[in-house]
Ligand binder design. Structure first.
Ligand SMILES: Cc1cc2nc3c(=O)[nH]c(=O)nc-3n(C[C@H](O)[C@H](O)[C@H](O)COP(=O)(O)OP(=O)(O)OC[C@H]3O[C@@H](n4cnc5c(N)ncnc54)[C@H](O)[C@@H]3O)c2cc1C
Length: 265
């Protein structure tokens, strides 16, 4: 299938993109890597009146480590992080997760921030955002605001972004050097969305666990593998029964916590 007709804009400044998006209200959609939006357009599951293409806004194409904070602009491709040895060395959980996201071609175009805005409950970046208490920076016609990851994911494919707002930056608060982190998942085939995933941090007394794919949003739960099956709320679907997913939550929680502990110095 081909998309329904839409108006197309390719601004070069964030302010212009915000103005355009606001002018269409909930009938406008931002386009980043297009790896989720374009299939939705082609299947006509999304029929926006206008697409605001962010790809020419060069000021959004960056990432950097600012002390313990990994700062990622809206046009940073997933592959940009995968190719940055400093990022991979600084955070093992991110290094674990990146190769599990789709395939190389998808990560070449797909953005980190686009994945957060898309809010697929089984996606890797939303889980990492919960694990690392990310701050998500949105810009709309009223200016900029910062939203904690815990307040950002409202449901499957639903976020706290208002119509007309663009997510311009994500700020991941990495644990201190020497902390152990890990990300593990189970998928039916390499590159498929995960049936379930777990991320863990072990930094002295600060032990954290986040789970994804088991609920409509990624969850921060008590770092206890025994408690994990009852901390999630999976449903039966064509991929796996809920009972399997509950057991998987416990198994992945254990694996992620053990690996993070091994890696902690
Ligand atoms: C075959 C295939 C397999 C995949 N497997 C995985 C996987 O295993 N794990 C995984 O996590 N992902 C997977 N993906 C999705 C991929 O990671 C996408 O790149 C990502 O989900 C969306 O990023 P994007 O930049 O492509 O966003 P787009 O597709 O451009 O946009 C997605 C949505 O987010 C909105 N949006 C994007 N950027 C912004 C912004 N800055 N501000 C406001 N709204 C914005 C768009 O309006 C749209 O609604 C897969 C995709 C494909 C095609």
């Amino acid at each position: 299938m081909k998309p329904a007709p839409f108006e197309y804009h390719a601004p070069t400044e964030v302010a212009e993109a915000v103005r355009l998006l606001a002018s269409y209200g909930d009938e406008g959609r931002a386009l980043a890597g297009g790896q989720s939006l374009v299939p939705l357009l082609n299947l006509r599951l999304a029929r926006p009146k206008a697409i605001i293409d962010l790809n020419r806004i060069e000021s959004l194409a960056y990432h950097r480590l600012e002390g313990d904070v990994l700062v990622v602009g809206a046009l940073c491709r997933q592959r940009d992080l995968e190719r940055d040895p400093a990022v991979l060395a600084r955070c093992a959980a991110i290094a674990d997760a990146l190769p599990l996201i789709g395939h190389l071609g998808i990560r070449n175009r797909g953005t980190v921030v686009g994945s957060l805005a898309h809010a697929d409950p089984a996606a890797e970046w939303p889980l990492l955002a919960m694990l690392f208490d990310a701050e998500l920076v949105a810009e709309g016609s009223g200016g900029r605001r910062s939203i904690r990851a815990a307040d950002f994911f409202k449901g499957a494919f639903s976020t706290a972004l208002d119509p007309g707002e663009i997510l311009v930056e994500a700020r991941f608060q990495l644990p201190p050097e020497g902390a152990g982190t890990a990300f593990v998942e189970v998928a039916r085939r390499h590159g498929d969305f995960a049936l379930g995933a777990a991320g863990a941090v072990v930094a002295g007394d600060d032990v954290r666990l986040a789970l994804g794919g088991f609920d409509s949003v990624p969850l921060r739960v008590a770092p206890d593998p025994e408690a994990a099956p009852s901390a999630v709320n999976p449903v039966d679907d064509i991929h796996a029964p809920a009972a399997y997913r509950r057991r998987l939550a416990g198994a992945l929680a254990r694996r992620a916590l053990e690996l993070a502990k091994e890696r902690a110095r």
